[in-house]
Each structure stands twice: as structure tokens, then as C-alpha cells.
Design a protein around this ligand. Structure first.
Ligand SMILES: *Cc1c(COP(=O)(O)O)cnc(C)c1O
Length: 362
């Protein structure tokens, strides 16, 4: 077999460890997963009802254009229906962007560490990577703008950033957008948009009018609690959307996903309540981290990256033996750290009890 050589350089995505796997390996009956930034409160009950209502339609191909979801979202966001592109999760939107804009002889600028898929897709397309280190866990937008050159086609800004959880502010983003040439696509990955409470966080949809080289990516996987339904969307100029339509698979979002996403969108009360509970859970964890003198990055997401000053993989394994799955920082470019998803109050307490042993026993 002779696969294309360069794809073998793209790392295979390492997902959070599945619950069933840990139960079997450690002989546990109760395991909690705080590894993949999933919503511990599930999804809106209305989304479940919407899925059930579609169960007689499974033999029928989905609406490839996601028309009803498109209309609803366009109204919700105040953009034209033609300004939206749907993907099989944001992951597929990232892939479509790379496929449409990157190739050998081009380069792409991103932070380091940031969400792994920007890098993988760029490698697959044969583009050169320009990775700009984070500054105190935050995108160094000045250095990123300075790194852009004639061959740059795409710049990725993960805001809030995964895995650090930090944001760039409106002022920082605007200064950056002014510097980036209009021919260069700027991707704003806002997978955690709905979790953010900081008033300095940029509202980017209105910026599309001034910056036609911008695409905003959001998803139903995180606060909406629909990760398994695989629906993400991009908001951009009609020109960018129509370029991406050329590389989109015909039926990339399914009927169940589209129906669930619509219902979830119409239940903003659920979103607000998850955001509030998440902030309370964040405080529950960080208050204790402060007490223990641990350094962590200020997070506007539903996860926190904390420095335990111990071998990440060892701590990860110790937590597994307590029935808690987190994400080892060494896999994410932050050795010594763990990335922990905010759980329910009860899950957080269980995590803190296990962590206390690890922190104090060191
Ligand atoms: C979770 C995540 C995604 C992918 O989300 P899906 O919509 O489930 O594909 C994209 N970007 C970031 C930063 C994420 O954390």
C-alpha cells in the first residue's frame, strides 16, 4: 500500500479515554469523564423530543443544505442564510477550510499549543506550519500578525483557546484584524462562545461587515450538549461560504442532528442555566486550587488547565484509579498540567477529593 507520504506525518487524534474502557481496566462501576469538555447536564429535553420525532425518517437522506436550521440560525444571529455553512461538527468545518485554502507552497499561522486539528489538517494539505507560542497562555496576536507573509492563506485564532481556556479581547482582536491583509482568511474558532462571561470578549458577528476575510466557527457540541449529533457551523461572507460549499460533502449533517440543533437553539434558557452552573463549578475548582497554591490559566470555558507540578501522565493514571478521566497536559503541549472539564458540583467534589490526595501526597 502506498498512502500519500505526508498524511503519515499528521498525528492521529487522541480522544479522551472512554468511560467503559476505564471501568473494565480498573474494575470500577462508577467513572466520571471530565476529559472532553462535554456538557455534564446533557442537552435540552426539547432536543431529545426533536430527535424522537424524526425516528420514522431514518430511511430518507437528510436535507443536505440544512435549510430549516439555516433559516433559524440566520434569524438568531442576524445574518443572511447564505452566510452560513454547516459541518459534521466544527471539526469538519476546520477540515473544509484547510481543504479549500491550503496546499503545498502555502503556509498557515496558528498558536502553540492550540486545538490540534488546525495543525493536522494543514499537514494533510501539505501547507507549511507557522506556530507562534502562546504568551502566558494567551494568543500572541502581535507576533501572529507579524508572522503572516505572502504565502499565508489562513490564520487560526482559537478564542477562547483550547487547551488554555484564555481569551483575546475585542481591542486585541481588532488591532490584529487591522494588520492582517484582506486576502488572508482569519478563522475564529468560538467553540466555547456560549460559556464566556468576560465583557471584554469580542462580539464577532458584527465585525463581519468590516472584515470580509473572517470566518467564525461555533458548534452544538459544547454548551448545547449535542456532541454526538455532530453539528457545527461557520458564519462568514457569502464569498467564503460559497468557496467552502465546493468541498462540502453532500449530506454532511444528518436529519437527527439538524432537528436536535434547531430545538436546542430555541431553548436558550438551558444555555443560560448551563453557563451559570459552569461558572459556579469553575469557582468551586479554582477556589481550591488557590488554597493549594496551584497555578492555572484564567478560563472562560467549561475546562481549566491547572499546573500540578507533577508528571502529567502519572497524575492522569492516579485519577483513573479513582474513576476520574481528565486530559493529561503532556498530550496537549503543557507537561505538568491537567486539563479538567468542569463537571456537576458533585463530580467536582469527587475530583477535588482525589486531587487533594495527589497534591498533598507529593
Ligand atoms: C471541541 C472543539 C471543536 C470541535 O467541536 P465539534 O463541533 O464537536 O467538532 C473545535 N474547536 C475547539 C477549540 C474545540 O474545543
Amino acid at each position: 500500500m502506498q498512502p500519500k507520504q505526508r498524511i503519515l506525518n499528521a498525528p492521529v487524534y487522541q480522544p479522551g479515554k472512554p468511560i467503559e474502557d476505564v471501568k473494565r481496566e480498573y474494575g470500577l462501576t462508577e467513572v466520571i469523564k471530565l476529559a472532553s469538555n462535554e456538557n455534564p447536564y446533557g442537552c435540552s429535553p426539547k432536543a431529545k423530543e426533536a430527535i424522537v420525532a424524526q425516528l420514522d425518517n431514518l430511511a430518507i437522506y437528510p436535507d443536505g443544505a440544512s435549510l430549516q436550521l439555516r433559516w433559524d440560525l440566520s434569524e438568531f444571529l442576524g445574518v443572511k442564510p447564505e452566510q452560513l455553512i454547516f459541518g459534521n461538527g466544527s471539526d469538519e468545518n476546520l477540515l473544509m477550510i484547510a481543504r479549500a485554502f491550503l496546499s503545498e507552497g502555502t503556509n498557515t499561522v496558528m498558536a502553540k499549543p492550540t486545538f490540534s486539528q488546525y495543525r493536522s489538517n494543514a499537514i494533510i494539505e501539505g501547507a507549511e506550519l507557522i506556530e507562534v507560542p502562546l504568551k502566558d497562555g494567551v494568543h500572541d496576536l502581535e507576533a501572529m500578525a507579524a508572522a503572516v507573509n505572502e504565502q499565508t492563506r489562513v490564520v487560526w485564532v482559537c478564542n477562547p483557546n483550547n487547551p488554555s481556556g484564555t481569551i483575546v479581547t475585542t481591542a486585541e482582536l481588532e488591532a490584529f484584524l487591522k494588520k492582517v491583509p484582506k486576502e488572508v482568511l482569519v478563522v475564529l474558532d468560538e467553540a466555547y462562545y456560549e460559556y464566556v462571561v468576560d465583557p471584554e470578549y469580542p462580539q464577532t458577528v458584527p465585525m463581519l461587515a468590516d472584515y470580509p476575510n473572517l470566518i467564525i466557527l461555533r458548534t452544538f457540541s459544547k454548551i448545547y450538549g449535542l456532541a454526538t449529533m455532530r453539528v457545527g457551523y461557520g458564519i462568514a461572507s457569502e464569498e467564503i461560504v460559497s468557496a467552502l460549499e465546493h468541498v462540502r460533502e453532500p449530506f454532511n449533517t444528518g436529519t437527527l442532528g439538524q432537528a436536535a440543533a434547531r430545538a436546542a437553539l430555541h431553548d436558550q434558557e438551558f444555555v443560560v442555566s448551563c453557563r451559570e452552573k459552569n461558572r459556579a463549578g469553575m469557582k468551586q475548582l479554582t477556589d481550591r486550587f488557590d488554597e493549594w497554591g496551584l497555578q492555572y490559566y484564567p478560563s472562560q470555558t467549561n475546562f481549566v488547565l491547572v499546573n500540578l507540578n507533577q508528571d502529567s501522565n502519572e497524575v492522569f493514571k492516579k485519577l483513573l484509579s479513582h474513576g476520574i478521566i481528565v486530559r493529561s497536559g503532556s498530550a496537549l503541549g503543557h507537561p505538568g498540567y491537567q486539563r479538567i472539564t468542569i463537571g456537576t458540583a458533585e463530580q467536582n467534589e469527587k475530583l477535588l477529593r482525589a486531587l487533594e490526595e495527589i497534591v498533598k501526597g507529593a
